[in-house]
Each structure stands twice: as structure tokens, then as C-alpha cells.
Design a protein around this ligand. Structure first.
Ligand SMILES: Nc1nc2c(ncn2[C@@H]2O[C@H](COP(=O)(O)OP(=O)(O)O)[C@@H](O)[C@H]2O)c(=O)[nH]1
Ligand SMILES: [Mg+2]
Length: 387
């Protein structure tokens, strides 16, 4: 047992460095957010991205009229333009700044620094959309010359009917934008007679979805991590990886040296958890690291104990005893990986949704959550049939 505990801490260190590695590999999502002052840019950014980025992030000027906001641990760079007023020198200056910024980032030749999208915000409650503004958006979308996709966010949409009307009005203008999304970023209170009614936020998931469709694959993971409105996207991405990892383990079971598989399996599992942690954007340093690794060990005779324990675990799976040795190992590894991955995704999802408060749970409770789901999935795992 003491030896196993030593291993836990050894592997915990390994996980931490792997997370750092995975974070580096994930890169950044870089977005320009523009529109007239007061349209709700900051409110939108805080609603879409994790950790109240526009309030708590660190902003620094990059050009005269744009500043870059970023925050440690969030793979996101927001370029927020200031003081866009239409029909004057300020408008020209902002335009020049945006083009300069796009060029500047391209000159680095580092795709991780390129601008991936532009959100242009228009306030739905304002009376009508001005010609001037449409011309400006069109210029932004066509003259940037580098195919940076522009998406229009119709902010402060209190009346959905009005939002949809404005959306189709803009779409009929045939301007070169990749999407028009009516939304309300934070709850809006309206007085109706003596009653106060609250209009609930909406449209944020759509905005993220439309954006995800137009950004390069290299920025997609960072966007999925940084956004906090569609937790399902994180689970979906993690599940896609899980399929790959389970495949790796499965193949490992077919090597001529089944007993030597254990270290490969452990490495695979650690890498998988590290990768999943990065897509959820949950900070693993805050006491959670040891808990997760303990959970793996606690449930994982198969990987830590090598083949003998794997055979014991197989007894949990009905009918598995009839399969030949090497095959059993591979199939078990795959089933184990799937169960662990699914359990981890389920718990990460609940944490990301705020349903589980990690800080308020004991380590044991936390382990229990993962272990319960793991055992449930593992004992019901269907093994592939060999003939
Ligand atoms: N209730 C509500 N208020 C909003 C929303 N978006 C913006 N606002 C308000 O509009 C004002 C300007 O918003 P802000 O985000 O600072 O605009 P910015 O200048 O474009 O960054 C603030 O008082 C916000 O609280 C929204 O979705 N709901
Ligand atoms: Mg602002």
C-alpha cells in the first residue's frame, strides 16, 4: 500500500506537467470585439467567457485604440476596441487600428497569434441600423483581406421579435458576415404595470456555436475551453478524444508482451485526463490533483497491478473469461479507459456547471463521485466479441 501511495504522488507530478504540456499545445483563441461605446461589449465578454474576463482580466494597450485583455489560465486574447463612434475621425482611426492589428499578428507567422474572428456588436434596442454602420462592417469584413470572419452580435435584445427582424434585415443587405446572432447577455428587468419581469439571457450558445464553425481547427479547442456557456461542447470534445485513447489502449493489448502494457496504459490514462482537464478549463492545482489520481489508483487494479489484477477485474465482466489472454487484456484496457474517461467527463461537467462545488467537497466525496460512475460504467461495459 505504501508503495502505491508513493506512486500516486509520482504520477500526480506527472499529471501536472502533462496538463502544462496540453495547455501549451491547445494555443489561444484570439478575437477582436468592436462596436459603438455602450453596446454591451464588456457585458457580453463576461457572460461568454470564464472567470469574468472583462472585469478581472488584465488589459494592456496594443494600439492607440485597442487593448488586449487576457488572464492567466484562460487560453484567450480579447482585443477590445475603444471609442468607436460613427462618421468621424475616430471611426477611421479604429478601422486603421484593426487592420494594423490583423496584419501585425499575421506577420508573426505564428498561427497561435493570428486573429481568428471579429464580433461586431450592434445594440438591438437602438432605433435603427445606420447605413454608415453597415458600410463600415462590410469594409471590415471584406477589406481586412485575410478572411478574418466577422460575426454580428445583436446585443441587448429584449424583444426577440425585434431581434429576429433586425437579423433578417441585415441578412437581406448581403454583407459579408458569417452570422447574425440576436442575444441578451445578462438578465434584463422590465416594469410591466406594478410588476417587475425579468427577461432571461439567451443567444450566447448560438454565438459560440457560429463562431466555432468559422474559426480554424487550431483555435477551436481554446474557444471551447475559454467559453462558459455551452458546457456540452466541452464534454463532446472530451468524448471525441476518449474514443481515440480507448483505441490506443485497445491496440496496446495486442502487443506480444501483454505484461509490459501496464506502464503504457498508465501513461495513456494520465495523458487522457490531462487533455480532458484542459478542455474543461478547470484548475487542477487547487487540491484536486491528488484526489483525481487517488481515484484512478483506487479503481484501477488493472493498470497499476499489471496483468494479474487485470484478470481479477475481468471477473467483473460477464462472459469475459472465455476470451483468450492477450485479447482480454486489450479489451479490458479499452473498457477501463472508457469507464474512467466517462466518469471524469461526468464529474468535470458537473463542476463546470457549478452543480458540484469542488471547494465544498471533501476529497473522499470527490473520489466517491468519480468512483461510483466509474464502477457503474466499468461493470456494465460491453466487451468486443472475438471469434
Ligand atoms: N440587463 C442588461 N444590461 C446590459 C446588457 N448588455 C449591456 N448592458 C448594460 O449596458 C451598459 C453598457 O454595457 P457595457 O458592457 O459596458 O458596454 P461596452 O461599452 O460596449 O463595453 C451597462 O450598463 C450594461 O449593464 C445585457 O445583456 N443585459
Ligand atoms: Mg467596455
Amino acid at each position: 500500500m505504501a508503495m502505491i501511495m508513493d506512486d500516486i504522488f509520482g504520477y500526480a507530478k506527472d499529471i501536472r506537467s502533462r496538463i502544462a504540456e496540453e495547455e501549451k499545445r491547445m494555443g489561444h483563441f484570439n478575437i477582436i470585439v468592436t462596436g459603438k461605446t455602450g453596446v454591451g461589449k464588456s457585458t457580453l465578454l463576461n457572460a461568454v467567457f470564464r472567470e469574468g474576463i472583462a472585469v478581472t482580466g488584465i488589459g494592456r494597450p496594443v494600439t492607440r485604440r485597442t487593448r488586449m485583455i487576457e488572464k492567466q489560465g484562460v487560453p484567450l486574447r480579447i482585443f477590445d476596441t475603444k471609442g468607436l463612434e460613427l462618421g468621424g475621425t475616430a471611426q477611421e482611426a479604429v478601422k486603421a487600428d484593426i487592420f494594423e492589428l490583423i496584419d501585425w499578428q499575421l506577420k508573426t507567422k505564428d498561427p497561435d497569434k493570428f486573429i481568428h474572428a471579429i464580433w461586431y456588436c450592434i445594440n438591438t434596442t437602438s432605433d435603427r441600423i445606420e447605413e454608415e454602420e453597415i458600410r463600415w462592417i462590410n469594409e471590415l469584413a471584406t477589406k481586412n483581406g485575410h478572411d478574418v470572419p466577422v460575426i454580428i452580435a445583436l446585443t441587448k435584445t429584449i424583444s426577440r421579435k425585434k431581434g429576429l427582424a433586425l437579423k433578417s434585415q441585415i441578412e437581406n443587405m448581403n454583407i459579408n458576415v458569417r452570422g447574425v446572432v440576436p442575444l441578451l447577455a445578462s438578465p434584463y428587468e422590465v416594469d410591466i404595470g406594478d410588476e417587475v419581469k425579468t427577461v432571461q439571457p439567451f443567444g450566447l450558445t448560438e454565438l459560440v456555436g457560429v463562431t466555432l464553425q468559422v474559426v480554424p481547427e487550431s483555435a477551436a479547442n481554446a474557444l471551447i475551453n475559454a467559453q462558459n456557456v455551452d458546457i456540452g461542447l466541452k464534454g463532446k470534445r472530451a468524448r471525441k478524444w476518449l474514443a481515440g485513447f480507448a483505441g490506443t489502449n485497445f491496440a496496446a493489448g495486442f502487443t506480444p508482451f501483454p505484461i509490459a502494457d501496464a506502464p503504457i496504459l498508465i501513461t495513456t490514462e494520465i495523458t487522457m485526463l490531462a487533455k480532458m482537464t484542459t478542455i474543461f478549463g478547470i484548475d487542477m492545482d487547487k487540491g484536486m490533483l491528488a484526489a483525481v489520481v487517488s481515484a484512478i489508483v483506487g479503481c484501477s487494479g488493472a493498470t497499476f497491478g499489471g496483468r494479474a489484477a487485470a484478470v481479477n477485474l475481468i471477473k467483473l465482466i460477464p462472459g469475459a473469461g472465455t476470451v483468450a489472454g492477450g485479447l482480454i487484456n486489450g479489451a479490458t484496457a479499452a473498457a477501463f479507459t472508457v469507464a474512467l474517461g466517462e466518469a471524469y467527463i461526468a464529474v468535470m461537467t458537473r463542476i463546470a456547471r457549478g452543480e458540484l462545488k469542488r471547494e465544498q467537497m471533501s476529497e473522499q466525496q470527490f473520489i466517491g463521485e468519480i468512483k461510483d460512475i466509474f464502477m457503474e460504467k466499468f461493470t456494465h461495459a460491453k466487451l468486443p466479441v472475438f471469434s
